[in-house]
Design a protein. Structure first.
Lengths: 408, 266
């Protein structure tokens, strides 16, 4: 390690002068195309990257440490701040892990609402990805269209839970609220327009010469590499591996829903782009089925488990014993059994896993978040080599990394 | 006056009240033979290796191994039993209880649709063998484990801190490390940029998120009563309508009274 002193703090202390023809470039941590606080140290030969060292940690907030000092319900809003593009996916992954830990089954209406929110979040996240990625590559129009659609989807989220970005819309044991009146009609209007919108984006990009030149055969990840580097989600499916946790290890209602999992053998950025578009279509398809499913459910939205979950508000206000239990659960927190679980869910970015090690205390003994973007960033050190410097931003954008969940 | 007792080995939050007669329940550990695939895999594994314990918990096989065997067992699992995907790898701190770290490897077999967890315990000052030659994903995961928990890893080609800065002191995810950071952490920026002698001048970091300093005029904290930098606070209500003194190029001046609020989206 280099000697740090007051005039040369160590983060500035990079040796840029070299004897050979190579040039060392510092990319980030503040760079509009870095999608957060990614710092890359690139060694260039002309315009070609010869060595890339990704450097992370600029957004580290110590969430795993915070989890060890919080009761289980308290930590849930913190999970919003990991993958802040699709907050519900994190809330859900965490809630599901705790539910598996305590062995809890949620009521069917809660399942329908959760699946709806998850798929709506998938659309929001994919739209955001397309918008920013297209902007990185130089297509401003797509950015504006996508953000318009994303805005409408976020309005729906706001109507449901009051928040646009950090939803906390899922609770351990179900969902706190039923859908408001007229929400399903708004949702069906939204999804009915979605097919046309996706066709619009594809019309702008699919055969676009610049888009194809920037994406085709850029960022090629072979099947073996994708598995070995721990890639998941679309990056894995874009490399020809048919693995979607929703399909293979179904949770919530995914075993009852009809949907296809697209995958591509192209292994490059363009193939992954096509997958994102197809996944949005599938999400629309799922949402349409869920609207019909919702009508057939009973109104209960929170599981009945007095040891772990507070009773509904009406009951707390009218029944003494429920109030006592609520008081204990809020002040002391629930005490899950001793043991450990690892629960993986398919977030829009990939496999989002929560490992919880419980010693029977109201605080988890150890909570580890397996954030998909962390593993997708680690692959950059191999992926960027021999690419041109213009492809660097295209690849970073294409991998859909979010720094909230990399640094946690 | 007495100094408050602080547990130096565990600085984490504790439950303030636990019933004296509360017995902690456990998640049941099922027999390996209760699952067909796991039973077959375990039989195969048992031919070559010894296990301290093996059970199924919440549908996932848990194997407890000796730390020396980790590389052999993981490569056997990958090459022979198709557990090709390392989803996660990390450690928990059991230093206060037994002076050990518990390391887990979370594996996935896509062909069998099964997940299993390999666990082992090592002493504080010993090291675990790196598995990044078997799974490339272990590269960063082991660095993170070394950085945050402080587990030493042998034969890792690039074992250095990944999330914390390289010159950080201590390992944040240890139980002995307080949530607010130890002394080195609390003064990290001040020490690095100005030097230790400036600690008194700059003062400790203000960590109360709900703190409102009513006398703070320098940071424009008094909403609707903002004053220029350093000026005395005033009770006069400030005008919120303007954007820039001479307006902004291309943009009409914003006036609250002229603006229209839409109830529905157009």
């Amino acid at each position: 390690m280099q000697q740090v002193n007051r005039l040369k703090p160590f983060f500035e202390n990079l040796n840029f002068d070299r004897d050979d023809n190579r040039m060392v470039v510092n990319f980030g941590p503040q760079h509009p195309s870095a999608h957060g606080q990614l710092r890359l140290i690139l060694e260039l030969d002309g315009e070609q990257v010869k060595k890339a060292i990704p450097d992370i940690g600029y957004l580290h907030r110590g969430m795993e440490k915070m989890a060890e000092n919080m009761i289980y319900n308290e930590f849930l809003p913190t999970t919003d701040r990991m993958d802040y593009i699709a907050a519900t996916a994190n809330n859900y992954g965490y809630a599901l892990a705790v539910e598996r830990l305590i062995g809890l089954e949620v009521p069917r209406r809660a399942k329908v609402i959760r699946t709806m929110l998850l798929e709506l979040n998938r659309i929001i996240s994919h739209l955001f990805w397309l918008a920013t990625h297209a902007l990185d590559v130089g297509a401003m129009t797509v950015f504006l269209y996508c953000f318009r659609e994303r805005e409408f989807a976020m309005d729906l989220m706001e109507d449901y839970c009051g928040a646009r970005l950090t939803h906390s819309a899922v609770r351990i044991g179900g969902v706190p609220l039923d859908l408001p009146n007229g929400w399903l009609d708004k949702l069906s209007v939204y999804i009915s327009q979605m097919h046309k919108n996706i066709a619009d984006y594809e019309g702008l990009l699919d055969q676009n010469r610049i888009w194809k030149m920037r994406l085709e055969d850029v960022g090629v990840i072979s099947k073996e590499d994708a598995i070995s580097w721990g890639c998941s989600g679309i990056v894995l499916r874009g490399s020809g591996v048919q693995w979607d946790i929703r399909k293979e290890e179904p949770y919530e209602l995914y075993d009852e829903l009809e949907f296809d999992v697209p995958y591509s053998d192209r292994c490059d950025s363009y193939g992954r782009y096509k997958l994102y578009m197809e996944e949005m279509r599938q999400s629309v398809r799922i949402l349409r089925q869920l609207i019909d499913m919702y009508q057939e459910t009973e109104p209960q939205t929170m599981a009945h488990a007095p040891q772990y979950i507070s009773a509904p508000k009406e009951q707390i206000m009218t029944q003494n014993y429920s109030l006592m239990q609520h008081f204990v659960l809020v002040t002391q927190g629930m005490r899950p059994p001793k043991g450990e679980v690892y629960v993986a869910t398919e977030s829009p970015k990939g496999e989002l896993g929560f490992y919880i090690n419980s010693e029977g205390d109201p605080y988890p003994y150890r909570l580890k978040v397996r954030a998909p973007s962390f593993w997708h960033t680690s692959i950059l050190q191999e992926l960027l080599v021999d690419h041109y410097i213009a492809d660097v931003t295209a690849i970073i954008g294409n991998l859909n990394i979010v720094f909230g969940e990399i640094d946690r | 006056m007495m100094r408050e007792y602080k547990d130096r080995k565990n600085a984490q939050k504790r439950a303030y009240y636990t019933d004296r007669f509360y017995v902690v329940p456990s998640i049941p550990k099922e027999d390996v033979n209760s699952d067909e695939t796991f039973a077959k895999d375990y039989k195969e594994l048992k031919k070559h290796f010894k296990f301290k314990e093996a059970y199924i918990q919440r549908g996932q096989l848990v194997l407890i191994i000796k730390p020396e065997d980790n590389k052999k067992i993981l490569s056997f699992l990958k090459d022979e039993l198709e557990y090709t995907f390392l989803s996660e790898l990390s450690a928990s701190d059991y230093l206060a209880q037994s002076g050990e770290f518990e390391i887990f490897y979370q594996l996935l077999s896509m062909s069998k649709r099964k997940r299993l967890r390999v666990k082992c315990r090592i002493k504080e000052n010993s090291a675990i063998e790196s598995v990044h030659t078997i799974f490339k994903s272990a590269d960063w995961a082991e660095r993170e484990m070394f950085d945050l928990v402080g587990v030493n890893v042998n034969n890792h080609y690039n074992l250095k801190r990944i999330i914390m800065p390289d010159d950080w002191e201590g390992h944040p995810l240890r139980k002995a490390y307080p949530l607010q950071g130890d002394e080195a952490a609390q003064w990290y920026e001040v020490d690095k940029i100005f030097g230790k002698e400036y600690r008194d001048i700059i003062g400790p970091e203000q960590r109360d998120p709900a703190r409102v300093d009513k006398k703070d005029t320098k940071n424009f904290a008094r909403i609707y009563h903002e004053v220029p930098y350093g000026a005395k606070p005033s009770e006069k209500r400030t005008n919120q309508d303007y954007q820039e003194e001479d307006g902004v190029f291309f943009i009409d001046e914003f006036k609250k009274s002229n603006s229209k609020v839409l109830n529905t989206r157009r």
